[in-house]
Design a protein around this ligand. Structure first.
Ligand SMILES: [Zn+2]
Length: 269
C-alpha cells in the first residue's frame, strides 16, 4: 500500500473554477473540439471532481462537474461521469502524488500516432528536462477497462502519454501543471513536424539527453518511479527508446551518441 501524499488543496469552489478555466483553454488552444476530452482534480485523497459526460469544454460552467470516488461511483453533481473516467481514476490510483489529470485530443500529436511516428524522442532540451519522453500506448478501444489499465500502468513512469489514434493524458500536481504538459506535448509535436518538413529530426546526443533528464528529475521531480530510476544507466529513458520508431538512439544498451551527432556540432549550429 502506497503512502498517501499530504497535500494542501484549494477549496472546492476554487478547484471548480480551475477546471472550467482550463477546459476553456483546451478548447481555445485547439487541444480538443466540442465534447472531446475531460479534466479532473482531486478533492480529497479519495474523491475526484471531473467534467461530466457530454459537456462542451469551451462552454462548460462550474455546474458541469461531478464528484466521484476512486471506484467511479458518482456521489454528487448533475449528469453522468464521462465514459473515460476510468482512465483518470487509474492515474489517481497509481499515482498518489498526482492531483489533476487532463485528457484531450491534441491534433498534431495524434496525427503522429496515426502516421506511426513516435514522439518519444529526445529532441528539445527543455522537454527532456521537464517532461522526459512521451510514449504512445498501443491502440485500445476508448472507454474500456483495457485502455484504463494501460494508462494506469504507463502513468507509473510518465507524466504525459499519447493514446494511439485518440489523444493525450497528462498528469500534474495541479490542473495548471497538467494543462501545461498537454500544451508542451502538442508544441513538441508541432516543432517535430516542422523539422520533419524541413528535412529531418535530429535527436540530442544520448549523453546530453541523459544529463538533461537527470537534472530535470533532480530539479523538478517527476513520477516517483522515474525519480527512483534517475541513477540507472539510462535513467527513465529506456522505456521511451523502446517505444521509439525512428531515432538513432541506442535502446537500453550502451551510451554512445548516434552516429553523426555531437555536442560541438549542435553548439555551432
Ligand atoms: Zn478521448
Amino acid at each position: 500500500m502506497r503512502a498517501m501524499v499530504m497535500t494542501r488543496r484549494a477549496p472546492e469552489t476554487r478547484l471548480r473554477q480551475q477546471l472550467v478555466q482550463f477546459g476553456h483553454l483546451c478548447y481555445e488552444r485547439h487541444l480538443l473540439v466540442g465534447l472531446d476530452g475531460n479534466l479532473s482534480v482531486r478533492l480529497t485523497d479519495s474523491l475526484v471532481l471531473a467534467t461530466r459526460a457530454g459537456v462542451h469544454k469551451g462552454l462548460m460552467t462550474a455546474d458541469d462537474l461531478v464528484v466521484v470516488d476512486l471506484a467511479g461511483r458518482k456521489l454528487r453533481g448533475q449528469g453522468q461521469p464521462t465514459s473515460e473516467m476510468a482512465m483518470h481514476l487509474a492515474c489517481y490510483r497509481e499515482r498518489p502524488d498526482v492531483e489533476a489529470v487532463v485528457h484531450a485530443h491534441p491534433p498534431t500529436a495524434v496525427a503522429f500516432t496515426i502516421a506511426g511516428l513516435s514522439l518519444a524522442r529526445c529532441v528539445l532540451p527543455e522537454v527532456v528536462l521537464t517532461l522526459g519522453t512521451v510514449p504512445t500506448l498501443p491502440y485500445a478501444t476508448t472507454g474500456t477497462t483495457d485502455l484504463a489499465e494501460a494508462v494506469g500502468a504507463a502513468a507509473a513512469r510518465h507524466d504525459a502519454l499519447l493514446l494511439d489514434r485518440h489523444g493525450a493524458v497528462c498528469l500534474g500536481t495541479s490542473v495548471e501543471d497538467a494543462f501545461c504538459k498537454l500544451e508542451t506535448l502538442e508544441h513538441l509535436a508541432l516543432i517535430m513536424k516542422a523539422a520533419r518538413d524541413l528535412g529531418g529530426i535530429q535527436d540530442l546526443p544520448t549523453e546530453e539527453a541523459l544529463r538533461l533528464r537527470r537534472m530535470g528529475l533532480a530539479r523538478y521531480g517527476g513520477p516517483p518511479a522515474a525519480v527512483a530510476a534517475a541513477g540507472a544507466p539510462m535513467a527513465d529513458l529506456p522505456d521511451a527508446c523502446q517505444a521509439c520508431s525512428g531515432c538513432g538512439n541506442p535502446r537500453t544498451d550502451g551510451l554512445a551518441p548516434p552516429a553523426g551527432f555531437s555536442l560541438a556540432r549542435l553548439t555551432r549550429a
